[in-house]
Design a protein around this ligand. Structure first.
Ligand SMILES: [Zn+2]
Length: 110
């Protein structure tokens, strides 16, 4: 998100590091697990149905169709599905998703 100039200004203005720090504190306090995706994880580019990585898209592309399986995606819903699935998998099987440093798992709510 911080690669985009407009989004970076808004996120930076909100104090991204402060948000992350507060999330960590809240998760620790409530005994929850926080999984932080690496900024390079292609959540908007990966098809949540078949896993095909379709390539970079400008922010004005809100819907796209996977070249491999033909599934039509809303950009944000697809990204949310990818992040949710990968986060759950990262918690349950930390070594199963490629680069071990692609995600940061903080705390343990289990
Ligand atoms: Zn697909």
């Amino acid at each position: 998100m911080q690669q985009n100039g407009n989004l970076a200004r808004h996120i930076g203005g909100a104090g991204w590091n402060q948000i992350v720090r507060r999330l960590r504190d809240k998760c620790k306090w409530h005994r929850r697990t926080l999984v932080i995706a690496d900024k390079w994880f292609p959540s908007s580019q990966r098809c949540s149905e078949c896993g095909h990585v379709d390539g970079k898209k400008s922010l004005d592309v809100r819907d796209w169709t996977c070249d491999e399986c033909g599934t039509c995606h809303d950009r944000d819903i697809n990204a949310a599905k990818n992040l949710s699935r990968v986060g759950q998998t990262r918690i349950q099987a930390p070594g199963d998703l490629g680069k071990p440093d692609a995600f940061e798992v903080v705390g343990s709510g289990r």
